[in-house]
Design a protein around this ligand. Sequence first.
Ligand code: FAD
Length: 394
Amino acid sequence: MPFQFGLDPRVIDWRDRIRALVEDVVIPLEQRAFADGIDDGLRRELQAAGKSAGVWAPQLPIELGGGGFRFDDVAVLLEEAGTSLLGALAINAAAPDEGNLHLLNKVGSPEQRERYLRPLADGDVRSCFAMTEPPPGAGSDPAALRTTVRRVDDGWRIDGEKHLITGAEGAAFCIVMARGGSPDDLEAGATMVLVDADAPGFTITGHARTIDSTMVGGHCRVRLDGVTVPDSAVLGEPGAGFRYAQVRLAPARMTHCMRWLGAARRAHEIAVRRAVDRTMFGSRLGDLGMAQAMIAENEIDLAAARALLWHTCWQLAEGSRGGEESSRAKVFISEAVGRVVDRAVQLAGGLGTSEELVIGRIYADARAFRIYDGASEVHKMSIAGRVLRRATSA
Ligand SMILES: Cc1cc2nc3c(=O)[nH]c(=O)nc-3n(C[C@H](O)[C@H](O)[C@H](O)COP(=O)(O)OP(=O)(O)OC[C@H]3O[C@@H](n4cnc5c(N)ncnc54)[C@H](O)[C@@H]3O)c2cc1C
């Protein structure tokens, strides 16, 4: 399909209905969520509204109850949902479930699709994805993976410790990444395993008290002590975990970009409103040159981020694996989001740092996006590495 910027009427229809859902139902629930946190009761309330608005899971295929949109169309829809920090949750397109849905849909066996994918797609349960480990384990460098998966008589045994696992508290199951399982060398490679949260030996031992606060189930420390699962719990081929991590990561990075672009746009719009309403030094704030510079720089960053996002999502929709493209886009967009929200705080003054004006909440929640799904430095290293390899072999 040739690249084009016009929106299909069905995309416009869904975008407008998502906008109405966010304005009429989701935003009115924000202050309650900021004050009390988000639990599964609030999630169900939001998701009931998302379903009845007819905008459920635009990123999922129609046979799974979703919208069946191309990935470049999803970019438009998730940006809209992201204008509230709760918007993506309302339409079952929030992390980490959204990435797990994609992975299960690509790699899951028929039995795994029925047991894990279907209830997750319907919003009946939540899930988590466990890769990161406390130092010296896996973080930026996946080669440091220490959690092990070993063959035992009745299946596979997993031992290790994970941390910063979003949504683990209250999740029905976890996709665990562990070292081992390769058919040629059982100690080598990595394997993804589906672990039920009530499996003996799977324990949540704590929560990281991070600066963000809008993820259901928090960011948990998880112990796996001799967790034993049958062969049917292995996701895809044993030993192929690093390959499947890429299947999950490139699109998941982009859906993060979509949602955070929406959040940054909202922060900017709130700040612009303040620049129009606030008077000082005999004029509107928005008529002062330094305020205008911030407004213009935000517009430029938002437009550039959107253009790069749409192009990258089009490449993925057209079948590119998107490793390099998504790295480029993730670095630029996560950093542009940081700049836009920071300027929005500045323009809005003291209340810009508050949850009351929402910008303060977006500022705190968005910061981690420059670290998870690959810190900027990891992506820059990988981009430069590819460029140098190409130059070396030319
Ligand atoms: C809010 C939040 C939610 C998360 N949710 C999940 C989850 O659900 N599941 C999960 O598995 N993990 C999750 N994580 C963990 C996240 O993926 C890791 O924090 C991330 O991969 C970085 O690993 P690390 O924290 O061990 O930092 P480290 O690996 O110790 O890296 C520290 C810093 O080193 C720098 N760095 C890295 N590479 C280079 C380089 N090549 N050159 C120079 N500097 C470099 C970067 O600035 C990086 O921030 C989450 C993290 C956060 C903050």
